[in-house]
Design a binder for this molecule. Sequence first.
Ligand code: SAH
Length: 347
Amino acid sequence: MTHRKPGLAGLYPEEIAETFSLKPFQGRQIFHWIHGRGVFDFAGMTNLPLALRDRLTQECAGGEMTPAKCQTSAGSGTMKMLFLLADGETVESVLIRDGSRVTVCVSSQVGCPLKCDFCATGMGGFRRNLEADEIVGQVLHLLKEGEIPRDTQPNIVYMGMGEPFRNYEAVVKSVRLLMHPDGLNIGARRITVSTAGEVKGIARFAEEDWQVRLSVSLHAANDEKRSRLVPLNRKFGLDRLREAVREYTQKTGRQMTFEWTLLDGVNDTPDDVRELAEYAKSLHAFVNLIPWNPVSGLPYRPSPRARCVAFQAGLARAGVKATLRREKGADIDAACGQLRATHHSGQ
Ligand code: SAH
C-alpha cells in the first residue's frame, strides 16, 4: 500500500542524486548529512553550494519525523516515542540504554494484522505498511533525541509494531540504509529482524547477502497452544516453521533466536520448558525470554520473577542457552503498541 512518494531518508545516495539531477558525490553528501549526522534541514548542509541548498529547500520537505508524545523512564534511561506520520497515523519506537549499550526498537507497520492474543498492537488492528524512510527516521530521531554519541554503535531490533515480513521490501531497504557506509554504518550483526513465523519471509531472508540476525517469536512449542497465542500458527504450524528455520540456518550457517514472552500459568510450566528445549535444540537456536509487559484489558499476567528464573534454569539444564531480559520501561508502556493504544484512547 503506497500512500506517498518515499521521503528523502528512504533513498540511497544514488537515488538522491538521480531525484534532484545532482552529481553522485552530492548525493553522497546529502545522504551523509541525513544518515550520518541526523541533519534534515538543507540550509544546514554546509558543504553544499548555497544555490543548491535553496533549491532543495524549495523543492522538497526534509522529511524529519514528528514526535507526538514522548515518555522517559526515570531510572533506566528508556525513552519511548510516538511519531505522527504525514497521513495522521501514529507509530512508536523505543530507545533502551543498558550501560553503554544502546538499542533502538522500531516499528515496521502501523498496527499489525497478526493479532497475537497478548499483544496491544494487534488489538488496534492493521492500518498500513511503513515506508523505508519512516522506519529509518525512527532510528535517526531517537539517536538524536537521546543524544547518543556518533561513535556509539546502536543495536536495532525490529520488534516494535507490526510484522516485518508482511512489509518485506521496505524493511529490507531500511536495513540496507542503516548499514550504509556513508550513513550510520551499523554492523549487520547488530540488527535483528523479528517475525511471528512468516515462513516465506524467512526463506527470502535466508537469500540476503548479509549477517543480519533473525528472531522468531515462538511463545509456545505445541501447536494447540501456539495457535491460541499466535494465530499465524494456524497457517504455518510448528513443523513448517521448523523446516523454514532449518533451511535458514543451513543456508546461512547462522544461529537464530526464539523469543518467548512469559505468561503466568500459560507458557511458563515445566511442560513448556521441555517442549521448547526439544524444539530449540533440534535447530541449535538460542532463546530470549521476555517478561510480559502488562496490557490493560488483556486476560494475562506476567510470570513471577522466580518462575522466569526457573524457566531459564530448566532450559540450561536441557542444554539450551537462554537470556532473560530484565523488564525495562514497564512504567512507560514500553511494550508493543501500548503507547499508541493509550494515545488513541485519550489517556
Ligand atoms: N511481529 C513481530 C515483531 C513485533 S512484536 C514478531 O512477532 O516477532 C516483538 C516481540 O514482542 C514479539 O516477540 C511479541 O510477541 C512481543 N510482545 C508483544 N506484546 C508484548 C508484551 N505486552 N509484553 C512482552 N512482549 C510482547
